[in-house]
Design a protein around this ligand. Structure first.
Ligand SMILES: [Zn+2]
Length: 385
């Protein structure tokens, strides 16, 4: 095979472990080297970054859909449109996410991913995330209560047997969930505590059974409650306290105060907290929108129920989150980029995406000084639509 060499020169490279000035070399779909600016190299294509930032493409491991199409669908064209929309915002890899729903709907979503993975345009589809039916009914948030029940082994194993399930969310205090966690975690599935009323002891039992992650911390999950005089921590604080648990947060600047993101980052360190969109309709315009037969009001950059009584998922994209993390949560650019790239990739066990380093896939964004995405490469090819 002929090697096609691309040289990105004069870049401020966010690896994301460090920020350094230099050139990045891509051969076919992989990054092969990072060298100093003054080294002269031949290449088939030279891209002058003009001192702009060059960082890994964003990795979103919790996303239900976009204004251009849903990820939770059995329609391959629609899923591809959603991937294209996300890639326009610098997301080079995505883990499509289901919602509480019928066995048949979840199976057809998984089969769509089996057929589409590795073939679609736009963000790479990494597998499937089942934000499942096995939740605490008191914490279902926007999930459909009709499909909330205890796990059945036959059901979750048939999901697993499709071969694409990377992550399953469930409430550890619900009957049968710990057995499921033991079963799936030893098969390499990331188990995440979600839509849960767990207390500290429940979280310790969850860790023992193989849970390693918490889903949209502080949203639709227990946190500090003041029972008269005696405060009691919930799943959110327990996850922050225990080193075994990695944390994801919706960093649209609305679901979680930016100061809390900064505090959590301080507690967990850069390897153990990351951003997700949890988008239900990324990029939706302000006003009333229809989704899965429901009315969603988008106001002030967030989706909500029409009576404004609760949030109904996010409408954000990863590039918006990057700017929230840097400009509102006051994290450094390296810290913020890591929360959108390397850390989420590692949470689901991906080994060669999310960094600018030799051997990693050439999934690359160039950002201007205001952190807008001005160029995206996926698997060594320029993304353009
Ligand atoms: Zn979700």
């Amino acid at each position: 095979m002929i090697k096609l060499k691309t040289l990105f020169k004069n870049a401020n490279i966010v690896t994301p472990n460090i920020l350094k000035h230099g050139n990045v070399i891509v051969e076919n779909e992989f990054i092969t080297d990072i060298v100093d600016n003054n080294i002269l190299l031949d290449a088939d294509e030279v891209i002058d970054c003009q001192g702009n930032y060059l960082c890994p493409g964003f990795v979103d491991i919790h996303n239900h859909g976009t204004v251009m199409g849903s990820f939770y669908t059995s329609n391959a064209d629609e899923m591809e449109k959603a991937s294209i929309f996300m890639a326009k915002h610098g997301t080079t890899a995505v883990l499509p996410t289901s919602l509480s729903s019928s066995y048949e709907d979840i199976m057809s979503f998984l089969k769509t991913i089996v057929n589409l993975k590795g073939k679609n345009k736009g963000s790479k589809i990494l597998g499937a995330h089942i934000e499942s039916n096995y939740f605490n009914p008191k914490f279902v948030g926007a999930q459909n209560p009709e499909f909330i029940y205890s796990p059945k082994e036959k059901e979750y194993m048939s999901f697993y047997d499709t071969g694409v399930v990377k992550r399953v969310d469930a409430s550890p205090e619900i009957d049968g969930v710990l057995d499921m966690a033991r079963n799936l975690s030893k098969r390499g599935v990331t188990m995440s505590i979600a839509h849960s009323g767990a207390d500290y002891q429940d979280v310790l039992r969850a860790i023992d059974a193989g849970f390693t992650h918490i889903t949209h911390i502080f949203n639709a999950i227990s946190f500090l409650s003041n029972c008269y005089f005696y405060p009691k921590i919930g799943a959110s604080e327990a996850a922050l306290l225990q080193d075994e648990i990695t944390v994801e947060a919706i960093c649209d600047g609305k679901h979680i105060p930016p100061e809390l993101i900064r505090l959590m980052h301080k507690v967990k360190g850069p390897e153990k907290i990351h951003a997700i969109t949890d988008a239900i309709m990324a990029g939706a315009p302000g006003g009333h929108n229809k989704l899965w037969g429901c009315d969603i009001l988008v106001e002030d950059g967030v989706g909500m129920l029409p009576d404004k009584s609760a949030f109904y998922g996010s409408v954000t994209t990863n590039d918006v989150e990057l700017r929230v993390l840097v400009n509102k949560a006051n994290l450094s650019l390296c810290e913020a980029v890591k929360m959108l790239t390397l850390t989420p990739a590692k949470v689901i066990g991906e080994k060669n995406i999310g960094a600018i380093a030799p051997g990693y896939y050439a999934d690359i964004n160039i950002l201007d000084k205001d952190l807008n995405v001005i160029y995206t490469m996926i698997n060594g090819k320029k993304f353009e639509i």
